[in-house]
Design a protein around this ligand. Structure first.
Ligand code: MTE
Length: 458
């Protein structure tokens, strides 16, 4: 009975080892044979799904999860918290392969076999007229799927710099706690609508299947955000055309664009509609920027501060990083012709576009404007079409939910004089990356000017 859907899911799962689909054919505008309106948008880099479980994982609860050995483990062997080397991540381009996509797991990965995926069930409960139990099979059958590019960023991205100034309670992310994929799924608001929320409903609480020391992982977002299609919140089962990998929420997760990754609950089991924000331990004691004067010691005795929802973080802040030159890169004096191309990424929060990226070679006294490539716009210009079983149509989407890449050619002679390179970005609301760091106990949202020291080969 469900053979079509089963084939659909298993087919996309196998895509892991195969080539991405061919880009859409170019189309000619009516009556003008000379204008080529080819819609070329980036497709995922070739993905090679690891099949072997790494030896280090064999003695952990994640012994069922094959992984890529290039990922850098930031919290020992387990739980799995990793980022790719920045150059490897950046070299993949706009879309990240699932192999190099950063992972933030608070605990063990729930084991879900391929044949169990369609029966995966989650509930919609709380302040609703019609509580629902929905399987992934139902989602595939009864809703219209969409495919969209979205960048996820861990709130701890770049925390290593904070830990060098003063140790926070968080582990040291470099600048690669950020990745982008084409997500296929259903608009979150569509699902909630069917449960008929009460008038008092204000929040959507989400809970995953991973049981942790303080309960299941969970958090919440505002109900009016979830119901606004422009905010692009979705329930996704595919990433770059493949079924989600175990580390990324197989078989079903929430994806919340423009906000910190911590709101995008993986292995989704419950949507609970409530009047107030989530009371889940992880909503209260994680993903917050407490006032800077609160020390780790003081925070231990101040539940009132933790419970203050004003300190919860949602929208990402403006941020950028330099990928080239890398921190450990030795530039060559013989660099011919005579320019070095400085490159990196930038992202904004809440759907806001990055409007400028500036580079300084004199410690911020003067700045030069870098060129920005907004690859996301290439999808926006694409005509409606089916991609990975979801409709790719971003013509309605005004917001920017992805990172952009920037570059600037700098004469090698100037780099020889400069001791370092600084970068900062600004978004359309003029949110400019600050010069100074805002330290806080959990070490989150670190976004001061990004600096790379320039070194030349002898
Ligand atoms: N969902 C569950 N169920 N458990 C988790 O540990 N981690 C969150 C979020 N969703 C988490 C979760 C955090 S902090 C981040 S940054 C993102 O997942 C990371 O998503 P990724 O691992 O797919 O990159």
């Amino acid at each position: 009975m469900d053979t079509v859907m089963e084939a659909e899911l298993s087919k996309t799962h196998q895509l892991g080892g195969s080539l991405p689909p061919t880009p859409p054919e170019s189309t000619l505008a009516d009556g003008d044979s000379s204008s080529d309106t080819t819609q070329e948008f980036p497709l995922p880099p070739p993905s090679t799904e690891p099949t072997e479980v790494l030896t280090v994982d064999l003695k952990t609860p994640d012994a069922h999860v094959p992984r890529d050995a290039r990922l850098i483990r930031l919290t020992g062997v387990h739980p799995f918290n990793v980022e790719a080397p920045l150059s490897a991540l950046f070299n993949e381009g706009f879309l990240t392969s699932p192999e190099l996509f950063y992972v933030r797991n608070h605990g063990a990965v729930p084991e879900v076999k391929d044949e169990e995926c369609l029966d995966w069930e989650f509930s919609v409960e709380g302040l609703v007229e019609k509580p629902l139990k929905i399987t992934l099979r139902d989602l595939l059958k009864e809703y219209n799927a969409i495919t969209v590019p979205i960048t996820l960023v861990c709130a701890g991205n770049r925390r290593k710099e904070q830990n060098q100034v003063r140790k926070t309670k968080g582990f040291s992310w470099g600048p690669a706690g950020v990745s982008t994929a084409l997500w296929t799924g259903i608009a979150l608001g569509e699902v909630i609508k069917r449960a008929n929320p009460h008038r008092r409903a204000r929040y959507v609480c989400m809970e995953g299947a991973d049981k942790l020391p303080n309960g299941y992982y969970g958090t919440s977002v505002k109900m009016n955000w979830a119901m606004d299609p422009n905010r692009g919140m979705m329930l996704a089962w595919k990433m770059n055309g493949e079924m989600l990998r175990p580390d990324h929420g197989k078989p079903l997760r929430v994806v919340i664009p423009g906000q910190i990754g911590g709101r995008s609950v993986k292995w989704l089991k419950k949507l609970i509609i409530t009047e107030g924000p989530s009371d889940n331990w992880y909503h209260i004691y994680d993903n917050r920027v407490l006032p800077t004067m609160i020390s780790p010691e003081e925070s231990a005795n101040r539940p009132d501060i933790w419970e203050d929802e004003r300190y919860a973080i949602y929208d990402l802040n403006t941020n950028s990083a330099i990928a080239y030159p890398a921190h450990d890169e030795q530039l060559s004096v013989a660099c011919a012709p005579s320019n070095y191309r400085v490159k990196g990424y930038a992202y904004g929060g809440g759907g806001r576009r990055i409007t400028r990226v500036e580079v300084s070679l004199d410690k911020g006294k003067s700045w030069q404007l870098a060129n920005i490539d907004y690859a996301e716009d290439k999808y926006r210009d694409a005509t409606e079409q089916d991609l990975y079983g979801g409709r790719l149509d971003m013509s309605w989407r005004e917001s920017c939910f992805c990172w952009c890449f920037w570059e600037l050619d700098i004469p090698v002679d100037e780099l020889k004089v400069a001791k370092d390179i600084l970068v900062r970005a600004m978004d359309e609301s003029m949110n400019l990356q600050p010069r100074d760091m805002y330290w806080s106990v959990l070490g989150m949202m670190n976004n001061p000017w990004y600096r790379v020291v320039v070194t030349f080969e002898n």
